[in-house]
Design a binder for this molecule. Sequence first.
Ligand SMILES: Nc1ncnc2c1ncn2[C@@H]1O[C@H](COP(=O)(O)OP(=O)(O)OP(=O)(O)O)[C@@H](O)[C@H]1O
Length: 264
Amino acid sequence: MSGEDQGIRLVGVTRRYGGVAAVERVDLAVPPGRRLAVVGPSGCGKSTLLGLISGLDEPDEGVIDVLGATGPAARLARCALMPQRDLLLPWRSALANAAVSLENRGMSRRAARAAVRPLFARFGLAGAEDFLPRQLSGGMRQRVAFLRTFVAGKEVLLLDEPFGALDAITRAEAQEWLRATLEAEPRTVVLVTHDVEEALLLGHEVVVLAARPGRVAARVAVDLPAARSRRELLATAEFVGLRDEVLAALEQGSSAPSVEPERL
Ligand SMILES: Nc1ncnc2c1ncn2[C@@H]1O[C@H](COP(=O)(O)OP(=O)(O)OP(=O)(O)O)[C@@H](O)[C@H]1O
């Protein structure tokens, strides 16, 4: 169970905190360049899963393989994690914040900023290079945080509710933009979200977790028609059908038995 061509694989992954399972016997697979969205009620273990994949945490049972790496340090080397809060450094400009991950990779401060600067326009941030985080809108802050994650040069992006703090309109714009960015330059992505529409718009597959312990309650493949706009897409019969399917799985998640782990 290893190899560069395998993307991310979790087999029988259990993580307990003080004897209580946060996630239990979870099997997941994300092929290279594909996007998996994970939805589930609060406390079902979504952030725990990202910590485990990233190598910041280790499972009590099971195997995690990230592009052929199973050890925690090697997994960490392949993953860029964008946490729930943007964690921008308040004393650094937007440009300097976005450049942090390049500096962490050993690039000089000057070279890192020069490398990131041309990306500001593409990330909808032209003109905001010298702003401090407190001078940025919520949507802009998330773009800077995503840019910082994106330029880390890692194949795997782990996004923990990247747009959770945004209002509905800003959030819709951010989703559209992220989708276009990842279509143009694909990465292997695991996205955690509470928002079913976001999961369907951004994921090639949606996994629904049931709570206590976090287990896979449903897997939904996302195959949507090409639509001219987001509004049109949301109104298609295919989208409405998939949304119903995910919402039903979420509702049943706390009462119905979980899907038995599959052999991957
Ligand atoms: N470091 C820890 N020590 C003890 N318990 C923990 C720790 N991290 C998570 N847990 C517990 O594990 C469970 C899953 O937590 P986790 O944060 O992964 O859920 P989540 O689905 O991401 O929640 P939310 O949607 O609210 O962010 C919770 O019951 C939580 O209290």
